[in-house]
Write a protein that binds this ligand. Structure first.
Ligand code: GTP
Ligand code: SPV
Ligand code: MN
Length: 590
């Protein structure tokens, strides 16, 4: 039975049900009782496994299909009416054509299954910035994940119904169908506020609130409404005076957002009273506040974090966040104590265990037990360092924006842009080695502007223009920086210790933002002198820090050539200001 009198919602649900033909329809009300019943059902079918109730209370293990373990960028489409509105970096198909193709695939695909109707909100539903969605899905796993990652249920329907336009919600249709890779599609129709996803049950392909709504659709809406949807973590740095300053940082998938968002400062900092507060680990919605600053809201309610490499040393707060009420996907099942394991959790892989595919796993045979893109889904409220501002509707004011990626050699540890426009240039030229978060080759350097290459819902050239335009509308804009934790030596080892030690770089960034730290000019922007980065309690020679902060002109000349080639994709949609910035970089390097 429908939970709402909202005509637009009911008509659409009925229309989709007529196409997909489920045996029944269940509305998700957001109650613990209903979720409990769904977990029971999911346990009975083997879709999820209950983990040890003492060690991991309320936690479950799920294994996705072996062919369905990451986002599929080559199957992700922006179906705007005009091809040029999707731009050169997105796959495009005309909406009519895509709807027609997918209607065939959806036809009767839920026969023998239940359709779950998930009313959800990105951001606190009572917030004026919230965006509402309804996801229809035939996967209980998706329901259970959405219940952690978003606010769901009757509370959301009430807010939608009493909003200025109750028919204004994102229409998300999802079906696992046959998990058929060939016919897997993640299609967005920005002008219809609609997402159709079929033949995947995993992560960003299936949890439609996350990348599909909160980034692709929201970036499109944000451009129209004068705000920005970004692939950014948000954190607060509390200094010994008790003052908290905020920054947001965009790194590509599996490049360190969750880790940075909840880092524990090194002992030397903790003793002085420094602390990091986590506001968000993946997505930020940015708006100009009435005070002239840029304010950030995390639209999500949970973390969908990378498991491998997460341990009590690298990211204790992430580990503590997923000790209860969490879902683990594609990790190792330790059969001895009914817990989970992944590479990098500790040095003692379980002897009696199943790998992520559910096969008996011999940890000595050299194979990986957990999938490199295996993940935990955990409520953000369980994070020991969750910010007191996590749920405040207006979010937090930003003093700095940070871009970063995986670069073995070119990018220095950190540098600052000269001003907003140069900062937009720095974001637009981001490049990073690909990771397991998306299907395809891993470790290949590609341009990934603002870490949004796979997530921008419209023409990237227009997106750059929107960034430049926003700069004009923020009287007191955050300062813009670039970081790189991933420089390697000749043997491929990371030079910078990273993780908690990144605090040392954050300190320089946030002090720079307030004019409290020094810097020197370089061809690419402003760099700290090696002595400007605090090395107290860090076993790292000054010489190594110098190396981390060098700008190799030959490498950068090559880089400038690649940027020029990349920019040429955008034709006359490339804002002339970015061309000017590139010309200036080339001149500085000459
Ligand atoms: P998505 O959830 O895909 O958006 O990823 P993310 O950006 O949140 O990345 P995450 O923090 O989960 O880190 C991904 C991988 O990078 C993990 O294996 C981490 O261990 C590793 N990593 C994170 N921070 C650092 C760092 O400072 N140095 C090094 N060397 N590795 C890091
Ligand atoms: C990413 O790939 O950036 C993620 C995971 O955060 S997913 O939800 O699959 O997009
Ligand atoms: Mn992400």
């Amino acid at each position: 039975m429908s939970l709402t009198k909202n005509k637009a919602v009911n008509e659409w649900v009925n229309e989709m049900a007529a196409m997909t033909k489920p045996d029944g329809i269940v509305w998700i009300d957001g109650s613990e009782a209903q979720l409990g019943a769904l977990r029971k059902e999911s346990l009975a079918t083997g879709e999820i496994t209950a983990l040890d109730p003492e060690k991991l209370p309320g936690c479950f293990l799920h294994r996705s299909a072996v062919n369905d373990v990451a986002r599929v960028e080559h199957k992700t489409f922006i179906c705007s009416r005009r091809e040029e509105d999707a731009g050169p970096t997105n796959n495009w198909t005309a909406p009519d054509e895509m709807y027609a193709k997918l209607r065939k695939l959806y036809g009767g695909c839920m026969k023998g299954r239940t359709m779950y109707v998930i009313p959800f909100s990105m951001a606190v539903p009572e917030s004026p910035f919230a965006k509402f969605g309804v996801e229809l899905t035939d996967s209980i796993y998706v329901v259970l994940n959405m219940a952690i990652m978003t606010r769901t249920g009757i509370r959301v329907l009430k807010c939608l119904d009493s909003s200025a336009s109750p028919s204004d919600f994102t229409r998300g249709l999802h079906s696992k169908a046959g998990i058929d890779e060939e016919n897997r599609y993640i299609a967005h129709f920005p002008e219809d506020n609609t997402i159709w996803s079929i033949n995947s049950g995993y992560g960003g392909n299936a949890l439609l609130g996350k990348k599909c709504l909160a980034l692709r659709i929201a970036s499109y809406i944000g451009r129209k409404e004068g705000w920005m949807a970004e692939h950014m973590l948000i954190l607060g740095i509390e200094n010994p005076n008790g003052e908290i300053r905020y920054l947001a940082a965009a790194f590509p998938s599996a490049c360190g957002k969750t880790n940075l968002a909840m880092l524990i400062p090194p002992e030397a900092y903790r003793k002085k009273g420094y602390k990091i507060w986590c506001v968000g680990d993946d997505i930020a919605w940015l708006r100009v506040g009435s005070d002239g600053r840029l304010w950030a809201v995390n639209p999500e309610a949970g973390f969908f974090g990378v498991a491998p490499g997460t341990n009590m040393k690298s990211n204790p707060n992430a580990l503590l966040s997923c000790r209860k009420n969490s879902i683990f996907t594609n990790v190792v099942h330790n059969l001895d104590d009914n817990t989970v394991w992944w590479e990098g959790l500790d040095k003692t892989p379980p002897k009696n265990a199943l790998n992520w595919k559910g096969e008996k796993w011999d940890c000595t045979d050299g194979s990986k037990g957990a999938h490199p893109n295996s993940r935990f889904t955990a409520p953000a409220s369980q994070c020991p360092c969750i910010s007191g501002e996590f749920e405040t509707p207006q979010g937090v004011p930003l003093s700095a924006l940070v871009f970063g990626g995986r670069r073995a050699r070119t990018a220095p540890l950190v540098y600052q842009s000269r001003d907003w426009d140069h900062g937009v240039f720095v974001g637009s030229i981001m490049a990073s080695e690909t990771t397991a978060a998306a299907s395809g080759a891993v470790g290949v350097v590609r341009r990934d502007p603002m870490a949004m290459l796979p997530f921008c819902g419209y023409h990237m050239g227009d997106y750059f223009a929107h960034w430049l335009d926003m700069g004009k509308r923020i009287p007191n804009p955050p300062k813009i920086f670039n970081v790189n934790w991933f420089r390697t030596d000749g043997k491929g080892n990371f030079i910078w210790p990273g993780y908690g030690e990144n605090m040392r770089v954050l300190e320089w960034i946030i002090k720079r933002a307030f004019g409290e730290a020094g810097a020197v000019e370089s061809p690419i922007g402003r760099l700290p002198e090696p002595g400007d980065i605090n090395r107290e309690g860090l076993d790292l020679p000054l010489q190594t820090l110098k190396e981390l902060l060098t700008v190799d002109r030959d490498l950068w000349r090559e880089e400038a050539k690649e940027i020029r080639a990349f920019y040429s994709k955008f034709g006359d949609k490339l804002p002339s200001k970015l061309n000017d910035e590139l010309a200036r970089l080339e001149k500085n390097l000459a």
